[in-house]
Design a protein around this ligand. Structure first.
Ligand code: PEP
Ligand code: MG
Length: 321
């Protein structure tokens, strides 16, 4: 039985009507990446690179960073994708060796790409280290917290300069997290300048509903199934596909089994999920029909509340007539 489950987990995730969905993993270490592969992950859709920078008193050296990224890339191998998200700290996640002013609203402050562009040497150093593993895996780079086109352009210029420095003719694919409402609303403009989108439903929900994701009373109401969040996901997918660009979801909504038919129905191409959920999400993909998923998605986009959406999800699959 165990062997059969394992063999099943390693098969691709294809819906009943033959639509393939990539199922990848969210990881924060090489050990976790290896575990994800053993459970059937097709790649790493989100490497939270913060693990290299947090909980230490000095910045990681170039060699240390190169070792970490290339170890991870080697574990995946040249046929699998490794999406490295650049540093997403600041505000609520301070770095002891990088003095930052304290902020009244850290989630609305110098965070993610904003911090990296304010301290360009930090981002440059990270990009240089990530580029050290080009060729070892299908390397992609992803920027967190992008809210404005100029952030993408500045980071891309830096990436191209660093790639040119080491004589790398084709830099890795560059994408952005869609986790700020402005990025989702402007997705048509971003889509022509990125290689891919990955939707961070945790932050997208927090910023769309104006509810702190860690707030003791509000966090449970900050539901990514809120129709406002789903409309932003829908809009993002439509804009990306109009430009032939793929969309992943890497926020926690992708790791919810009942949300699988909804996300597939919205047209999402890849689900990047927490490691232990990989087999269950792949099984959920195999259990659905993409036509029924699309019908479900159209229906819930018109509902009023997250509660109503959750009820509609429980009613999937629809009863046979
Ligand atoms: C998100 O915001 O959904 C996300 C995946 O990023 P993080 O949880 O690391 O902020
Ligand atoms: Mg986020």
């Amino acid at each position: 039985q165990h062997r059969r489950d394992l063999a099943q987990a390693l098969l691709p995730a294809v819906t009943g009507d033959g639509h393939a969905v990539e199922v990848t993993a969210n990881v924060a270490s090489q050990a976790e990446a290896e575990q994800a592969l053993a459970l059937g992950a097709e790649g790493v859709g989100l490497l939270r690179s913060e693990f290299l920078y947090l909980q230490r008193s000095s910045a990681p050296s170039h060699d240390e960073q190169v070792r970490a990224y290339s170890g991870m890339a080697r574990a995946l191998g040249p046929a699998r994708t490794l999406v490295v998200r650049t540093l997403d700290v600041g505000g609520d996640k301070p770095l002891s060796y990088l003095p930052m002013d304290s902020e009244a609203n850290p989630f609305l402050g110098i965070r993610g790409i904003r911090l990296c562009l304010a301290r360009p040497e930090l981002l440059r150093g990270q990009l240089r280290a990530i580029l050290g593993s080009a060729g070892l895996a299908r390397l992609h780079i992803m920027l967190p917290m992008v809210s404005d086109l100029c952030e993408l352009r500045l980071a891309r210029q830096m990436l191209h300069e660093e790639a040119a420095q080491i004589g790398l003719a084709t830099p890795p694919k560059l994408g952005i997290m869609v986790e700020v409402p402005s990025a989702a609303l402007m997705a048509d403009l971003f889509a022509s300048e990125v290689d891919f989108f990955s939707i961070g439903t945790n932050d997208l929900t927090q910023y769309t509903l104006a509810m702190d994701r860690d707030h003791p009373q509000l966090a449970r109401h900050a539901d990514s199934c809120h129709p406002a969040v789903l409309r932003l996901i829908d809009r993002t997918v439509q804009a990306a596909h109009a430009h032939g660009k793929p969309v992943a979801v890497c926020g926690a909504l992708a790791s919810e089994v009942p949300a699988v038919p909804l996300l597939l129905g919205l047209g999402v191409d890849e689900l990047s999920v927490s490691v232990p959920l990989i087999p269950a999400i792949k099984a959920a993909v195999r259990a659905v029909d993409s036509g029924q998923c699309r019908a479900l998605a159209r229906r819930v986009l018109g509902l009023e509340s997250a509660g109503q959406v959750r009820e509609a999800l429980l009613a999937y699959p629809p009863a046979q007539p």
